[in-house]
Design a protein around this ligand. Structure first.
Ligand code: CIR
Length: 256
C-alpha cells in the first residue's frame, strides 16, 4: 500500500513564524527552504508519495502541517490549532486529504495540535499543552474511539510546546523519549520498547519512521546510535532553521 506524505512549503513570512526565542539567530530563509526540500526528498527516496501544498504568505507557520490533521484508520481528524493565527492552515490540508480519507472536524472551542498527538499502535497519547485542551482530546476520542483506539491524556511539561517535542513513535512498538520529559505514571502497552535518550539530546527524540528507516535530526549522535542498535537505518537531516521556529521532523508532514 502506498504511503503518502502531505507537506507544505515555506512562505517568505516564515521568518516571522511563532516560537522564535528572544536573542536566537534570525532564520535563514533560503537555508530553511533547502532543509525542507531535503526532508521532502528523503521521504520520496523512501518510496512515499509526497503531496506538496503551496505555501501561503498569510500563514507563516504553514509548513508545520502535522498540526492540522490526525490520520488513522482511513479517517482524518482536522484539528483546530491552539494558536489562533494558525487556524487558517487547516482548510488546505482538508482539501488535500479529502480524496483519500473520511474527514472529521474539531469543533470550536476545542483546541488540538497534531504535534500533541502521538500514536503508538492503537493508542493515542494526547498532550495537555498550551495548544491542546481536554475538549481537543475528546474530539480525538469521538473520532477514533469507535475504530478501537484508546486516547490517553498526558501533561506536557511547562515550557515545552507539544507532546512530541521530546517524544515520538517511529514504529508501532517503539517509542523514543527524552529523559525527564515523559510522566512516569503514563505507561505503554506490553511489547512497546522505550528508548530513553539523554535530555541533552532531547530535541532529537522527535523522529520520523517509515519501515525500518528513521529520519533523525543531524548532530545528535546518541539518538542515532540508539536507533541503529534497534536495527534501524538512520538518515540524519539538518533542520537547524526549522528548529529556530520550534519545529522538528514530525511537524513537517502528515503520513497516511
Ligand atoms: C508553532 O509555534 O506553532 C510553530 N512555530 C511550530 C510548530 C511545530 N509543530 C509541531 O511540533 N508539530
Amino acid at each position: 500500500m502506498t504511503t503518502r506524505a502531505l507537506v507544505r512549503g515555506l512562505p517568505d513570512s516564515f521568518v516571522t513564524a511563532l516560537g522564535q526565542a528572544p536573542g536566537a539567530p534570525a532564520i535563514d530563509l533560503a537555508l530553511a527552504r533547502r532543509q525542507h526540500g531535503a526532508y521532502a526528498a528523503a521521504l520520496e527516496a523512501l518510496g512515499l508519495d509526497v503531496i506538496a501544498l503551496p505555501a501561503d504568505e498569510a500563514l507563516p507557520d504553514c509548513c508545520f502541517v502535522e498540526d492540522t490533521a490526525v490520520v488513522a484508520a482511513g479517517l482524518a481528524l482536522l484539528t483546530r490549532p491552539g494558536a489562533p493565527g494558525r487556524q487558517g492552515e487547516v482548510e488546505a490540508a482538508a482539501a488535500a486529504l479529502a480524496p483519500y480519507l473520511d474527514l472529521h472536524r474539531t469543533a470550536a472551542p476545542a483546541c488540538l495540535d497534531g504535534g500533541d498527538v502521538m500514536r503508538v499502535g492503537d493508542t493515542f497519547y494526547v498532550g495537555r499543552s498550551a495548544r491542546s485542551d481536554a475538549a481537543g482530546a475528546d474530539a480525538l476520542r469521538a473520532t477514533f474511539g469507535p475504530r478501537g483506539f484508546e486516547v490517553v491524556p498526558v501533561d506536557v511539561a511547562p515550557g515545552q510546546l507539544h507532546l512530541k517535542c521530546h517524544a515520538s513513535a517511529p514504529l508501532a512498538d517503539l517509542v523514543v523519549v527524552a529523559d525527564g520529559s515523559w510522566p512516569a505514571a503514563v505507561g505503554f502497552a506490553a511489547g512497546v520498547r522505550v528508548i530513553t535518550i539523554p535530555a541533552s539530546e532531547g530535541y532529537a527524540a522527535n523522529v520520523v519512521g517509515h519501515g525500518d528507516t528513521v529520519l533523525v535530526a543531524a548532530g545528535y549522535p546518541v539518538v542515532a546510535e540508539r536507533l541503529r542498535a534497534e536495527g534501524l537505518e538512520v538518515i540524519p537531516l539538518d533542520v537547524s532553521q526549522l528548529a529556530l521556529a520550534d519545529g522538528s521532523l514530525t511537524c513537517l508532514s502528515v503520513l497516511f
